[in-house]
Design a protein around this ligand. Structure first.
Ligand code: FAD
Length: 392
Protein backbone atom coordinates (compact mmCIF):
# COMPACT_ATOMS: atom_id res chain seq x y z
CA UNK A 1 0.00 0.00 0.00
CA UNK A 2 1.31 3.44 -0.90
CA UNK A 3 -0.30 6.25 1.14
CA UNK A 4 0.94 9.07 -1.13
CA UNK A 5 -1.66 10.54 -3.46
CA UNK A 6 -0.70 10.49 -7.16
CA UNK A 7 -0.07 13.88 -8.85
CA UNK A 8 -3.30 13.71 -10.92
CA UNK A 9 -5.29 13.34 -7.69
CA UNK A 10 -3.55 16.40 -6.22
CA UNK A 11 -4.31 18.39 -9.38
CA UNK A 12 -7.91 17.32 -9.08
CA UNK A 13 -7.87 18.45 -5.44
CA UNK A 14 -6.87 21.97 -6.52
CA UNK A 15 -9.72 22.08 -9.02
CA UNK A 16 -12.49 20.96 -6.63
CA UNK A 17 -11.11 23.10 -3.80
CA UNK A 18 -11.16 26.22 -5.98
CA UNK A 19 -14.77 25.49 -6.98
CA UNK A 20 -15.83 24.86 -3.39
CA UNK A 21 -14.15 28.08 -2.20
CA UNK A 22 -16.61 29.97 -4.38
CA UNK A 23 -19.69 27.76 -4.23
CA UNK A 24 -19.82 25.74 -1.00
CA UNK A 25 -22.52 26.75 1.47
CA UNK A 26 -20.97 28.30 4.59
CA UNK A 27 -22.22 25.90 7.25
CA UNK A 28 -20.49 25.45 10.59
CA UNK A 29 -21.69 21.83 10.68
CA UNK A 30 -22.58 19.56 7.77
CA UNK A 31 -26.33 20.08 7.52
CA UNK A 32 -27.42 16.94 5.68
CA UNK A 33 -25.36 13.97 6.76
CA UNK A 34 -28.22 11.57 7.47
CA UNK A 35 -30.53 9.72 5.11
CA UNK A 36 -33.55 10.89 7.08
CA UNK A 37 -34.97 14.15 5.77
CA UNK A 38 -36.59 16.48 8.31
CA UNK A 39 -39.07 18.30 6.08
CA UNK A 40 -40.11 19.12 2.54
CA UNK A 41 -38.19 22.37 2.93
CA UNK A 42 -35.00 20.46 3.75
CA UNK A 43 -35.61 18.14 0.77
CA UNK A 44 -35.73 21.19 -1.50
CA UNK A 45 -32.57 22.63 0.10
CA UNK A 46 -30.76 19.35 -0.51
CA UNK A 47 -31.92 19.34 -4.12
CA UNK A 48 -30.71 22.91 -4.61
CA UNK A 49 -27.18 22.01 -3.37
CA UNK A 50 -27.22 18.84 -5.50
CA UNK A 51 -28.13 20.90 -8.59
CA UNK A 52 -25.37 23.37 -7.83
CA UNK A 53 -22.85 20.54 -7.64
CA UNK A 54 -24.23 19.27 -10.93
CA UNK A 55 -23.85 22.68 -12.56
CA UNK A 56 -20.14 22.52 -11.64
CA UNK A 57 -19.85 19.00 -13.11
CA UNK A 58 -19.41 17.37 -9.68
CA UNK A 59 -22.17 14.76 -9.74
CA UNK A 60 -21.36 11.23 -10.92
CA UNK A 61 -17.68 12.13 -11.34
CA UNK A 62 -16.58 8.49 -11.61
CA UNK A 63 -19.13 7.77 -14.35
CA UNK A 64 -17.96 7.49 -17.97
CA UNK A 65 -17.87 10.78 -19.90
CA UNK A 66 -20.36 9.48 -22.43
CA UNK A 67 -22.96 9.38 -19.63
CA UNK A 68 -22.15 12.81 -18.26
CA UNK A 69 -19.45 11.81 -15.75
CA UNK A 70 -15.78 12.80 -15.67
CA UNK A 71 -14.18 9.35 -15.85
CA UNK A 72 -12.58 10.20 -12.49
CA UNK A 73 -10.40 7.41 -11.12
CA UNK A 74 -10.73 6.00 -7.63
CA UNK A 75 -8.15 8.34 -6.07
CA UNK A 76 -9.83 11.39 -7.59
CA UNK A 77 -13.13 10.20 -6.11
CA UNK A 78 -11.40 9.83 -2.72
CA UNK A 79 -10.02 13.38 -2.98
CA UNK A 80 -13.43 14.71 -4.01
CA UNK A 81 -15.07 13.41 -0.82
CA UNK A 82 -12.17 14.61 1.33
CA UNK A 83 -12.54 18.12 -0.02
CA UNK A 84 -16.32 18.13 0.45
CA UNK A 85 -15.76 17.11 4.09
CA UNK A 86 -13.19 19.89 4.52
CA UNK A 87 -15.89 22.41 3.56
CA UNK A 88 -18.51 20.75 5.79
CA UNK A 89 -20.44 20.01 2.63
CA UNK A 90 -21.77 16.60 1.71
CA UNK A 91 -22.92 15.06 -1.51
CA UNK A 92 -26.56 15.43 -0.48
CA UNK A 93 -28.76 12.35 -0.31
CA UNK A 94 -31.84 12.97 -2.46
CA UNK A 95 -32.91 9.35 -2.87
CA UNK A 96 -31.30 6.35 -4.51
CA UNK A 97 -30.65 7.85 -7.96
CA UNK A 98 -26.99 8.75 -8.25
CA UNK A 99 -25.69 6.09 -5.85
CA UNK A 100 -27.77 3.11 -6.97
CA UNK A 101 -30.08 3.56 -9.99
CA UNK A 102 -27.51 5.35 -12.15
CA UNK A 103 -24.58 2.91 -11.79
CA UNK A 104 -26.97 -0.05 -12.17
CA UNK A 105 -28.41 1.39 -15.39
CA UNK A 106 -24.93 2.11 -16.74
CA UNK A 107 -24.14 -1.59 -16.27
CA UNK A 108 -27.47 -3.16 -17.28
CA UNK A 109 -29.66 -0.61 -19.07
CA UNK A 110 -30.42 -0.55 -22.78
CA UNK A 111 -29.09 2.44 -24.72
CA UNK A 112 -32.63 3.85 -24.80
CA UNK A 113 -32.94 3.51 -21.00
CA UNK A 114 -29.56 5.14 -20.43
CA UNK A 115 -30.47 8.06 -22.70
CA UNK A 116 -33.85 8.47 -21.07
CA UNK A 117 -32.90 8.21 -17.39
CA UNK A 118 -29.23 8.97 -16.76
CA UNK A 119 -29.15 12.70 -17.61
CA UNK A 120 -32.10 13.34 -15.28
CA UNK A 121 -30.49 11.35 -12.47
CA UNK A 122 -27.35 13.46 -12.82
CA UNK A 123 -29.22 16.74 -12.91
CA UNK A 124 -31.46 15.78 -9.97
CA UNK A 125 -34.51 16.52 -12.12
CA UNK A 126 -35.81 13.02 -11.35
CA UNK A 127 -35.29 11.33 -7.99
CA UNK A 128 -35.47 7.63 -7.15
CA UNK A 129 -36.47 5.15 -4.48
CA UNK A 130 -35.66 1.48 -4.01
CA UNK A 131 -38.53 -1.05 -4.03
CA UNK A 132 -36.97 -4.21 -2.59
CA UNK A 133 -38.17 -5.00 0.98
CA UNK A 134 -41.65 -6.35 1.65
CA UNK A 135 -43.52 -7.02 4.89
CA UNK A 136 -42.37 -10.68 4.72
CA UNK A 137 -39.18 -10.33 2.71
CA UNK A 138 -36.28 -8.31 4.12
CA UNK A 139 -33.11 -10.26 4.86
CA UNK A 140 -34.67 -13.09 2.92
CA UNK A 141 -35.32 -10.82 -0.05
CA UNK A 142 -35.90 -13.63 -2.55
CA UNK A 143 -39.12 -14.52 -0.65
CA UNK A 144 -40.71 -11.39 -2.15
CA UNK A 145 -44.22 -11.74 -3.55
CA UNK A 146 -45.05 -8.55 -5.43
CA UNK A 147 -46.19 -9.85 -8.83
CA UNK A 148 -45.77 -8.35 -12.30
CA UNK A 149 -47.73 -10.22 -14.95
CA UNK A 150 -47.29 -9.51 -18.66
CA UNK A 151 -50.33 -8.14 -20.47
CA UNK A 152 -49.72 -6.86 -24.01
CA UNK A 153 -47.09 -4.12 -23.89
CA UNK A 154 -47.24 -3.84 -20.10
CA UNK A 155 -46.42 -5.55 -16.82
CA UNK A 156 -49.36 -5.33 -14.43
CA UNK A 157 -48.02 -5.02 -10.88
CA UNK A 158 -49.84 -6.04 -7.68
CA UNK A 159 -48.43 -6.23 -4.16
CA UNK A 160 -46.74 -4.08 -1.57
CA UNK A 161 -43.28 -2.80 -0.60
CA UNK A 162 -42.20 -1.50 2.79
CA UNK A 163 -39.45 0.66 4.36
CA UNK A 164 -39.21 2.46 1.03
CA UNK A 165 -37.08 5.50 1.84
CA UNK A 166 -38.41 8.76 0.38
CA UNK A 167 -41.08 7.01 -1.76
CA UNK A 168 -43.42 9.91 -0.97
CA UNK A 169 -40.98 12.45 -2.44
CA UNK A 170 -39.35 10.65 -5.34
CA UNK A 171 -40.35 10.39 -8.99
CA UNK A 172 -39.26 6.85 -9.91
CA UNK A 173 -38.75 3.48 -8.26
CA UNK A 174 -36.57 0.55 -9.28
CA UNK A 175 -38.76 -2.36 -8.35
CA UNK A 176 -37.79 -5.97 -7.76
CA UNK A 177 -40.81 -8.16 -8.40
CA UNK A 178 -41.80 -11.70 -9.37
CA UNK A 179 -42.62 -12.25 -13.01
CA UNK A 180 -42.79 -16.04 -12.85
CA UNK A 181 -44.70 -17.37 -9.83
CA UNK A 182 -43.68 -20.94 -10.70
CA UNK A 183 -39.98 -20.25 -10.20
CA UNK A 184 -38.93 -20.06 -6.54
CA UNK A 185 -36.36 -17.91 -4.77
CA UNK A 186 -34.06 -15.74 -6.83
CA UNK A 187 -35.26 -17.24 -10.11
CA UNK A 188 -38.36 -15.71 -11.70
CA UNK A 189 -37.64 -12.18 -10.44
CA UNK A 190 -37.44 -9.08 -12.65
CA UNK A 191 -36.17 -5.53 -12.20
CA UNK A 192 -38.44 -2.83 -13.60
CA UNK A 193 -38.59 0.96 -13.46
CA UNK A 194 -41.86 2.42 -12.23
CA UNK A 195 -43.08 6.00 -12.53
CA UNK A 196 -44.37 6.86 -9.04
CA UNK A 197 -47.28 8.78 -10.59
CA UNK A 198 -48.72 5.70 -12.33
CA UNK A 199 -52.42 5.15 -11.48
CA UNK A 200 -52.93 2.41 -8.87
CA UNK A 201 -49.71 3.22 -6.98
CA UNK A 202 -50.15 4.71 -3.53
CA UNK A 203 -47.65 5.53 -0.78
CA UNK A 204 -48.45 5.48 2.91
CA UNK A 205 -45.86 7.43 4.91
CA UNK A 206 -44.68 5.84 8.18
CA UNK A 207 -43.97 8.32 10.98
CA UNK A 208 -40.76 7.62 12.89
CA UNK A 209 -39.73 8.09 16.53
CA UNK A 210 -38.53 11.65 15.79
CA UNK A 211 -41.83 12.59 14.18
CA UNK A 212 -40.26 12.70 10.73
CA UNK A 213 -41.24 10.67 7.70
CA UNK A 214 -38.56 8.93 5.68
CA UNK A 215 -40.11 5.48 5.19
CA UNK A 216 -43.25 4.43 3.41
CA UNK A 217 -45.32 1.43 2.63
CA UNK A 218 -46.08 1.40 -1.10
CA UNK A 219 -49.13 -0.36 -2.54
CA UNK A 220 -49.56 -1.54 -6.13
CA UNK A 221 -53.04 -2.24 -7.46
CA UNK A 222 -53.00 -3.15 -11.14
CA UNK A 223 -50.16 -0.71 -11.82
CA UNK A 224 -49.35 -0.82 -15.55
CA UNK A 225 -45.64 -0.49 -16.36
CA UNK A 226 -44.47 -0.37 -20.01
CA UNK A 227 -42.38 -3.41 -20.91
CA UNK A 228 -39.60 -1.15 -22.17
CA UNK A 229 -38.92 -0.39 -18.48
CA UNK A 230 -37.59 -3.90 -17.85
CA UNK A 231 -33.88 -3.78 -16.95
CA UNK A 232 -31.90 -6.89 -17.91
CA UNK A 233 -33.79 -10.02 -18.88
CA UNK A 234 -37.22 -11.05 -17.68
CA UNK A 235 -36.95 -13.54 -14.77
CA UNK A 236 -33.23 -12.76 -14.40
CA UNK A 237 -33.64 -9.59 -12.37
CA UNK A 238 -31.72 -11.00 -9.40
CA UNK A 239 -28.46 -10.40 -11.26
CA UNK A 240 -29.39 -6.75 -11.73
CA UNK A 241 -30.62 -6.48 -8.13
CA UNK A 242 -27.34 -7.78 -6.70
CA UNK A 243 -25.41 -5.21 -8.75
CA UNK A 244 -27.46 -2.51 -6.99
CA UNK A 245 -26.77 -4.17 -3.60
CA UNK A 246 -23.02 -4.17 -4.25
CA UNK A 247 -23.17 -0.39 -4.80
CA UNK A 248 -25.33 -0.05 -1.65
CA UNK A 249 -22.84 -1.86 0.61
CA UNK A 250 -19.97 0.27 -0.55
CA UNK A 251 -20.08 2.18 2.73
CA UNK A 252 -17.01 4.37 2.44
CA UNK A 253 -15.26 3.86 5.74
CA UNK A 254 -12.93 6.89 5.69
CA UNK A 255 -15.38 9.30 7.32
CA UNK A 256 -15.09 8.01 10.91
CA UNK A 257 -11.94 9.88 12.05
CA UNK A 258 -13.71 13.14 11.12
CA UNK A 259 -16.72 12.07 13.11
CA UNK A 260 -14.53 11.38 16.16
CA UNK A 261 -12.85 14.79 15.74
CA UNK A 262 -16.29 16.36 15.70
CA UNK A 263 -17.13 14.50 18.92
CA UNK A 264 -13.89 15.73 20.54
CA UNK A 265 -14.72 19.31 19.51
CA UNK A 266 -18.20 19.01 20.97
CA UNK A 267 -16.77 17.55 24.22
CA UNK A 268 -14.57 20.67 24.55
CA UNK A 269 -17.57 22.95 24.13
CA UNK A 270 -20.12 21.34 26.46
CA UNK A 271 -19.86 20.96 30.20
CA UNK A 272 -20.27 18.14 32.69
CA UNK A 273 -20.67 19.25 36.29
CA UNK A 274 -19.65 22.79 35.42
CA UNK A 275 -16.39 21.85 33.66
CA UNK A 276 -15.70 21.11 29.97
CA UNK A 277 -16.53 17.44 29.32
CA UNK A 278 -13.06 17.09 27.73
CA UNK A 279 -11.44 17.62 31.15
CA UNK A 280 -12.96 14.34 32.33
CA UNK A 281 -10.29 11.67 31.69
CA UNK A 282 -12.95 8.99 31.13
CA UNK A 283 -14.37 11.09 28.28
CA UNK A 284 -10.94 11.57 26.72
CA UNK A 285 -10.09 7.87 27.02
CA UNK A 286 -13.31 6.84 25.31
CA UNK A 287 -12.77 9.35 22.49
CA UNK A 288 -9.19 8.11 22.04
CA UNK A 289 -10.44 4.52 21.84
CA UNK A 290 -13.00 5.58 19.19
CA UNK A 291 -10.20 7.25 17.22
CA UNK A 292 -8.11 4.05 17.22
CA UNK A 293 -11.07 2.10 15.83
CA UNK A 294 -11.88 4.82 13.30
CA UNK A 295 -8.30 4.80 12.00
CA UNK A 296 -8.32 0.99 11.74
CA UNK A 297 -11.53 1.16 9.69
CA UNK A 298 -10.04 3.90 7.50
CA UNK A 299 -6.99 1.77 6.67
CA UNK A 300 -9.23 -1.21 5.94
CA UNK A 301 -11.08 1.04 3.48
CA UNK A 302 -7.71 1.82 1.84
CA UNK A 303 -7.29 -1.92 1.24
CA UNK A 304 -10.49 -1.81 -0.78
CA UNK A 305 -9.27 1.23 -2.72
CA UNK A 306 -5.97 -0.54 -3.45
CA UNK A 307 -7.86 -3.54 -4.87
CA UNK A 308 -9.91 -1.25 -7.09
CA UNK A 309 -6.78 0.57 -8.30
CA UNK A 310 -5.32 -2.81 -9.23
CA UNK A 311 -8.60 -3.56 -11.04
CA UNK A 312 -9.32 -6.53 -8.78
CA UNK A 313 -12.95 -7.39 -7.96
CA UNK A 314 -14.36 -6.07 -4.65
CA UNK A 315 -13.12 -8.16 -1.76
CA UNK A 316 -14.71 -8.91 1.61
CA UNK A 317 -13.86 -5.38 2.85
CA UNK A 318 -17.33 -4.07 2.04
CA UNK A 319 -19.05 -6.41 4.55
CA UNK A 320 -16.31 -5.80 7.13
CA UNK A 321 -16.55 -2.04 6.62
CA UNK A 322 -20.33 -2.01 6.78
CA UNK A 323 -20.34 -4.04 9.98
CA UNK A 324 -17.45 -2.33 11.80
CA UNK A 325 -18.35 1.19 10.62
CA UNK A 326 -22.05 1.15 11.46
CA UNK A 327 -21.38 -0.46 14.88
CA UNK A 328 -18.72 2.15 15.68
CA UNK A 329 -21.04 4.95 14.55
CA UNK A 330 -23.78 3.63 16.83
CA UNK A 331 -21.45 3.58 19.85
CA UNK A 332 -20.13 7.06 19.06
CA UNK A 333 -23.65 8.47 18.84
CA UNK A 334 -24.75 6.80 22.10
CA UNK A 335 -21.66 8.20 23.82
CA UNK A 336 -22.41 11.67 22.43
CA UNK A 337 -25.85 11.41 24.08
CA UNK A 338 -24.14 10.69 27.43
CA UNK A 339 -21.76 13.63 27.04
CA UNK A 340 -24.64 15.96 26.18
CA UNK A 341 -26.70 14.83 29.17
CA UNK A 342 -30.11 16.54 29.24
CA UNK A 343 -29.19 18.59 26.13
CA UNK A 344 -29.23 15.35 24.15
CA UNK A 345 -33.01 15.59 24.04
CA UNK A 346 -33.08 18.85 22.11
CA UNK A 347 -33.64 18.45 18.41
CA UNK A 348 -33.39 20.65 15.36
CA UNK A 349 -34.64 24.17 15.62
CA UNK A 350 -34.84 24.18 19.43
CA UNK A 351 -33.13 27.27 20.85
CA UNK A 352 -30.65 25.57 23.23
CA UNK A 353 -29.87 22.57 21.03
CA UNK A 354 -26.11 21.92 20.82
CA UNK A 355 -24.77 22.06 17.24
CA UNK A 356 -28.26 22.71 15.90
CA UNK A 357 -29.58 19.42 17.32
CA UNK A 358 -27.61 17.28 14.88
CA UNK A 359 -26.45 14.83 17.57
CA UNK A 360 -29.97 13.70 18.40
CA UNK A 361 -30.70 13.31 14.70
CA UNK A 362 -27.56 11.25 14.21
CA UNK A 363 -28.27 9.09 17.28
CA UNK A 364 -31.76 8.28 16.10
CA UNK A 365 -30.59 7.30 12.63
CA UNK A 366 -27.50 5.35 13.76
CA UNK A 367 -29.41 2.15 14.51
CA UNK A 368 -30.92 2.23 11.03
CA UNK A 369 -27.43 2.07 9.55
CA UNK A 370 -26.92 -1.33 11.16
CA UNK A 371 -30.06 -2.63 9.41
CA UNK A 372 -30.22 -0.85 6.04
CA UNK A 373 -28.54 -2.45 3.01
CA UNK A 374 -28.52 -5.89 4.68
CA UNK A 375 -28.58 -6.16 8.48
CA UNK A 376 -25.34 -6.58 10.41
CA UNK A 377 -26.31 -10.12 11.41
CA UNK A 378 -26.39 -10.91 7.69
CA UNK A 379 -22.96 -9.27 7.30
CA UNK A 380 -21.73 -11.54 10.15
CA UNK A 381 -23.02 -14.52 8.15
CA UNK A 382 -21.29 -13.32 4.98
CA UNK A 383 -17.96 -12.75 6.77
CA UNK A 384 -18.23 -16.09 8.60
CA UNK A 385 -19.11 -18.16 5.57
CA UNK A 386 -17.34 -16.43 2.69
CA UNK A 387 -14.28 -14.93 4.38
CA UNK A 388 -13.55 -17.22 7.31
CA UNK A 389 -15.01 -20.26 5.51
CA UNK A 390 -16.92 -21.34 8.60
CA UNK A 391 -19.73 -23.88 8.15
CA UNK A 392 -23.19 -22.42 7.41
C1 FAD B 1 -32.66 3.34 7.34
C2 FAD B 1 -33.24 2.26 6.49
C3 FAD B 1 -33.55 2.52 5.17
C4 FAD B 1 -34.13 1.52 4.37
N1 FAD B 1 -34.49 1.84 3.09
C5 FAD B 1 -35.02 0.89 2.31
C6 FAD B 1 -35.42 1.21 0.97
O1 FAD B 1 -35.31 2.35 0.53
N2 FAD B 1 -35.92 0.23 0.20
C7 FAD B 1 -36.05 -1.05 0.64
O2 FAD B 1 -36.48 -1.91 -0.13
N3 FAD B 1 -35.74 -1.39 1.94
C8 FAD B 1 -35.23 -0.44 2.77
N4 FAD B 1 -34.90 -0.75 4.07
C9 FAD B 1 -35.22 -2.08 4.58
C10 FAD B 1 -34.00 -2.96 4.85
O3 FAD B 1 -33.41 -3.41 3.64
C11 FAD B 1 -34.48 -4.14 5.72
O4 FAD B 1 -34.94 -3.59 6.94
C12 FAD B 1 -33.38 -5.13 6.01
O5 FAD B 1 -32.99 -5.79 4.82
C13 FAD B 1 -33.82 -6.17 7.06
O6 FAD B 1 -35.04 -6.74 6.70
P1 FAD B 1 -36.28 -6.77 7.71
O7 FAD B 1 -36.48 -5.39 8.27
O8 FAD B 1 -37.44 -7.41 7.02
O9 FAD B 1 -35.81 -7.68 8.93
P2 FAD B 1 -35.81 -9.27 8.96
O10 FAD B 1 -35.21 -9.82 7.72
O11 FAD B 1 -37.19 -9.75 9.33
O12 FAD B 1 -34.82 -9.55 10.17
C14 FAD B 1 -35.23 -9.40 11.54
C15 FAD B 1 -34.01 -9.72 12.41
O13 FAD B 1 -33.57 -11.07 12.18
C16 FAD B 1 -32.20 -11.10 11.78
N5 FAD B 1 -32.01 -12.14 10.77
C17 FAD B 1 -32.77 -12.36 9.66
N6 FAD B 1 -32.28 -13.39 8.94
C18 FAD B 1 -31.15 -13.81 9.59
C19 FAD B 1 -30.18 -14.82 9.33
N7 FAD B 1 -30.25 -15.59 8.26
N8 FAD B 1 -29.15 -14.96 10.21
C20 FAD B 1 -29.05 -14.16 11.31
N9 FAD B 1 -29.94 -13.19 11.61
C21 FAD B 1 -30.97 -13.00 10.76
C22 FAD B 1 -31.94 -9.73 11.18
O14 FAD B 1 -30.58 -9.38 11.26
C23 FAD B 1 -32.80 -8.83 12.07
O15 FAD B 1 -32.12 -8.53 13.27
C24 FAD B 1 -34.36 0.22 4.90
C25 FAD B 1 -34.05 -0.04 6.24
C26 FAD B 1 -33.51 0.96 7.03
C27 FAD B 1 -33.22 0.65 8.47
Amino acid sequence: MDFKYPPQAEEFRKEIRAWLEVNAPRHKHPPYDTITVASDEEWEERKAWYRKLHSGGWIGIAWPREYGGRDADVMQAVVFHEELARFNAHLPYIGAGVALAGPTLIQWGTEAQKKRFIPKILSGEETWCQGYSEPNAGSDLTALRTMAIEEGDYFVVNGSKIWTSQAHRTDWMFLLCRTDPKQPGSRGLSYILVDMKTPGLTTRPMVEINGQVSFNQVFFENVRVPKENLVGKKNEGWRVATTTLAFERNFGGRQYPNLVRDLARMAREVQINGRPAWEDSAVRQQIAAFMCEAEAIKYNAFRGITRRLKRQPPGPESSVLKLAGTELNLRIQMFAMEVLGPYAQLSRGEPFAVDGGKWLERAITARGGTIAGGSNQIQHNIIGERVLKLPR
